[in-house]
Design a binder for this molecule. Structure first.
Ligand SMILES: [Zn+2]
Length: 346
């Protein structure tokens, strides 16, 4: 057993059928075996090794399904279906990645079908952020909600929109791309990694938080965050949060700036979808509601939303942090496999 392998719910306590979910990331492949109620039976993770190419990774994703089965003490054939969450944009009907920034050279590779061949199971293919959204909807922070928007703030900004067990994939597999909604049409807008200026991701990712802090330090901002960076500490969301908690003005300002833009983006999503719940997940959750910085960030987001929306929406829409962390994508991919299995087998 590898160090990251985990066995959780005992097999005897599981509700069948069982499903596997695989979350493909630029750094790691995470795989979860869950039961029909969404409880975790086993978890396995290994490096993606992007440079070895997609066929090598597809083989290891297939093997990870067999590994989950052996961790839980079942045959792979006892897994009803596999869900695969992948960075997009995707061509979901064709089961291919169209163009993923962190998986260079993987374009147009038949990922879904190769993972199916290597695992020996049928595969449901989904955008990774949608899969994470479904995980939160099924067993996470939005378990009681009938509809959900999830924004995952990491290196980029992912979006998942789930409405009554429907994962919004869109007509061209570009549904729920919440990171690319337009929040700033001004000529001075920040550039999004997708190549267009003014998108939400350009203002609310961990990458943009770091860029904003760096720009202010370069413009002469001082204080404990600037001193820590000058002293060689790596500029990360965790460092910014630590210094904000100590009362550093620069750290607090950039966090509040990110929260303001996030609130602006959330208002547009609320007006388009009117979800019951909006969740914030990913690397930028700052210890969530349990931490003073997490609370301050969330309050600033809500404050911006309240200023810009209808009173009824502001009052009734729940905006809070996601709860599944890094497991949301693999659990949610398994959940989407479960939906497909139920559609096909009743
Ligand atoms: Zn963009």
């Amino acid at each position: 057993m590898m160090a990251d392998d985990r066995v959780l719910l005992p097999l005897a306590a599981a509700t069948r059928p069982l499903y596997a979910g695989v979350d493909l990331g630029g750094t790691n492949i995470k795989a979860a075996l869950v039961d029909d109620a969404g409880s975790l039976l086993a978890f396995h993770t290994e490096p993606t090794h992007v440079s070895r190419g997609p066929e090598d990774a597809a083989a290891r994703m297939g093997r990870s399904v067999h590994t989950l089965a052996s961790l839980a003490g079942i045959a792979t054939a006892d897994i009803a279906r596999v869900g695969l969450g992948s960075p997009g944009p995707l061509d979901i009907p064709n089961g291919t990645i169209v163009r993923a920034g962190n998986l260079p050279g993987w374009d147009d590779f038949p990922l879904r079908d190769r993972v199916a061949a290597h695992s020996g199971r049928e595969v449901t293919f989904a955008n990774d952020a949608n899969a994470a959204g479904y995980g939160e909807f099924w067993v996470g922070s939005a378990k009681e909600a009938s509809s959900l928007v999830l924004l995952t703030l990491g290196t980029g900004v992912g979006g998942g929109i789930i409405i009554g067990d429907v994962n919004v994939e869109g007509a061209h597999s570009h549904g729920s791309e919440c990171g690319h909604i337009l929040v700033d049409p001004a000529p001075t807008a920040r550039m999004c990694p997708c190549g267009q200026p003014g998108h939400l991701e350009a203002y609310t990712s961990a990458t943009s938080l770091k860029a904003m802090a760096r720009e202010r330090i370069a413009a002469g901002a001082t204080g404990s965050l600037a001193a820590a960076v000058a002293g060689g500490e790596e500029l990360t969301p965790i460092l910014v949060a630590r210094e904000a908690e100590r009362g550093d003005a620069l750290a607090t300002d950039v966090l509040m700036e990110v929260a303001r833009w996030l609130g602006i983006g959330i208002v547009t999503l609320m007006h388009a979808i009117d979800p019951e719940t909006v969740l914030i997940g990913g690397a930028m959750t700052f210890g969530r509601e349990a931490n003073p910085v997490g609370r301050m960030f969330l309050e600033r987001v809500k404050d911006e939303v309240h200023r810009r929306t209808f009173p009824v929406l502001a009052e009734r829409t729940s905006i809070r942090y996601a709860s599944l962390g890094g497991d949301a994508g693999s659990i949610g991919a398994a959940g989407l496999a479960r939906l497909d299995h139920r559609r096909k087998h009743g």
